[in-house]
Design a protein around this ligand. Structure first.
Ligand code: M6R
Length: 591
């Protein structure tokens, strides 16, 4: 995820900014850049790769500057695409986090008025918009320019001729660091903590101007007061945003990840290229681990909404199979884009002459080079080994693909999309109930075996819930289709084997209740994950993890977040090394 730093004060801006950017390295980045005001011009450096030693870089002396670590979203990692971006005359420099969803139309409009663009980024339009609005007052120009932006942004802007920084925030965080005679602005608290622990969190719609004597904040054109807060955390705590583990932080990022992925692909229409799916006879998903579970949800969605036949194979097994040659679209899902088994499966599909689509979270990853087409999830880098927010982002892309190629009447699809837009708020409600989930986790943290069951779309949710639990808590957990229990796993049930039942209120509901009765008859404690409107369920089970009601098709989104929290709290109570579980790696680059 990108990081922003700005400085104005009495120190050398280049040194402050580069060392502050290094404090944001844990967030992941592929390129970086710094701009410093020197006399009446801007000196800018941009580099691809890691920053390395601060002492290696020295820009012209100056006390005002901005910097950025970029995690590519629009355009590959390169010096040209790295921030800061400038206007036509190199007088205005901008760093930006977020996504400008209407950048393409703004770019065309600006080009028609003679603006020349040098990068592929959405950010560059901001510099050109400010240039058009600039009449000697940078703050006024920024206020006018941001009115044109759709999407999300945290920006910091500087001008070659003025000693000031102007920042604006909408749906992407920005914080002012308050020093003694010096001022900082950053996307994240760790960037400023070496210099000050007094901060002001900007709010949506805020525009701030920082100059040598202080700062002023406006919202909706009116000056506003914002409280100065003292950060009680160490730098290490702050990297995790105050959360105990990256995994918990990433679970809490789920609502924003859904918003960002929807912003990217859903406006009036679904912005996914339908040519990817033109003329296909069927779809074959290949993936590993959590991404494999996303594929299973995808199968359910695509077959249900389109009638197109879908197969799902473990990537590691596809390499031994002999798929029939047809007009199959092979879809490799991999958050890292570097999983060796998935890459091999995609390469094999290409050799067989199949069209290959990659769904990945990492721009420029190997999967994007192997595939014919790429759709990116917008989850930002995930640091915890256990996949959480990247799984939810994968599901969002799959809902959008299924809706895009659906054969259902448009009104039904519109209902689905409307409810998809409500999901971030519903996930926030689940996160607000974290204490309730944690107290249920407390009851089950001492067990050594657990089963997760589901039917229909609840089945992959059960598989993913079990995977989350086993990898971070080391409890042996199995996911099963609820109807399969009686064909073997019943032998394992009993009071020492709790069962988590993913109960969806669709055509599977009655059968699930029947299965739960069978499980209870074998004395296993049962925890249901269920919709809050389900009044029946508590009569059948011992505990209920309730999630805000939504349409059955969307329950993988709400139930999975609840199960991520359930697994997380069990692992925390057991004192496990949650972010780096034993024997596991974030990116599995060997077959
Ligand atoms: O990067 P990928 O999505 O290709 O990774 C696939 C699996 O290695 C990954 O999902 C793994 O199962 C996670 N640790 C699950 O949390």
């Amino acid at each position: 995820m990108c990081g922003i730093v700005g400085y104005i004060g009495f120190r050398r801006a280049d040194q402050v900014i580069i060392s502050a950017l290094k404090r944001l390295e844990y967030r992941g980045y592929d390129s970086w850049g710094v701009a410093v005001k020197h006399g009446n011009s801007l000196e800018i450096i941009k580099r691809v790769g890691a920053i390395g030693d601060v002492e290696n870089y020295s820009l012209a002396e100056g006390n005002v500057g901005i910097g950025h670590t970029r995690w590519a979203t629009h355009g590959k990692p390169s010096e040209i695409n790295a921030h800061p971006h400038t206007d036509c005359n190199n007088q205005i420099a901008v760093v930006h986090n977020g996504i400008i969803s209407n950048f393409q139309s703004l770019k065309e409009e600006l080009e028609s008025r003679g603006h020349k663009f040098s990068s592929e980024t959405d950010t560059e339009v901001i510099a050109h918009l400010i240039e058009e609005e600039y009449r000697g007052d940078l703050k006024e120009a920024v206020m006018k320019a941001v009115e044109r932006l759709r999407g999300s942004y945290a920006i910091v802007v500087m001008h070659a001729e003025t000693e000031e920084l102007v920042a604006a925030r909408y749906k992407s965080p920005l914080v002012i660091g308050v020093g003694d005679g010096e001022w900082f602005i950053a996307s994240d608290v760790p960037a400023v903590l070496d210099y000050t622990n007094r901060v002001i969190y900007l709010e949506d719609g805020d525009v701030a101007k920082l100059w040598n004597d202080g700062f002023t904040i406006w919202n909706n054109g009116k000056e506003v007061e914002r409280r100065v807060e003292t950060v009680p955390w160490s730098i290490e705590d702050a990297e995790k945003g105050g959360y105990e583990h990256f995994m918990l932080k990433e679970i809490h990022e789920n609502p924003r990840v859904v918003e960002e992925t929807l912003l990217e692909y859903l406006e009036d229409d679904i912005k996914i290229d339908s040519r990817i799916f033109a003329g296909i006879s069927d779809i074959l998903f290949v993936a590993c681990g959590t991404s494999f579970h996303a594929c299973l949800v995808g199968k359910y969605l695509i077959e249900g909404l389109t009638g197109i036949p879908v197969r799902v194979e473990y990537a590691s097994e596809f390499n031994y199979s002999n798929p029939p040659l047809s007009r199959t679209l092979v879809v490799g899902i991999t958050q890292s884009g570097e999983t060796a088994d998935t890459l091999e499966a995609m390469r094999k599909a290409k050799k067989l002459g199949m069209r290959v689509l990659a769904i990945t979270n990492v721009l420029g990853s190997t999967a994007t080079r192997v595939a014919d087409h790429v759709i990116y999830t917008r989850a930002g880098p995930e640091i915890g080994v256990a996949a959480t927010k990247t799984f939810i982002a994968q599901l969002i892309v799959l809902y959008l693909i299924a809706a895009k190629i659906s054969s259902l009447p448009p009104t039904e699809i519109e209902e689905l999309l409307e409810e998809l837009r409500n999901i971030p708020q519903k996930i926030r409600q689940i996160l607000d109930r974290e204490d309730e989930i944690s107290s249920i986790s407390n009851t089950f943290a001492g067990y050594e075996n657990m089963m997760y069951v589901g039917r229909g779309i609840g089945y992959p949710v059960a598989l993913e819930g079990a995977l989350k639990l086993k990898e971070i808590s080391y409890i042996h957990a199995e996911g099963y289709p609820a109807g399969e229990l009686k064909h073997g796993p019943f032998a394992l049930l009993g009071e020492k084997t709790p069962v988590v039942a993913c109960v969806v209120r669709d055509k599977t509901y009655e059968s699930m209740l029947g299965n739960i009765k069978e499980i209870k008859a074998r004395e296993s404690p049962v925890i249901a994950v269920a919709d809050e409107d389900d009044e029946e369920i508590e009569k059948f089970v011992d505990y209920v993890i309730r999630t805000p009601s939504t349409i059955p098709l969307l329950t993988p989104l709400t139930y999975s977040v609840a199960l991520q929290l359930f697994a997380y709290h069990i692992a925390r109570i057991r004192g496990c090394e949650i972010d780096k579980p034993r024997n596991l790696a974030k990116s599995v680059t060997v077959e």
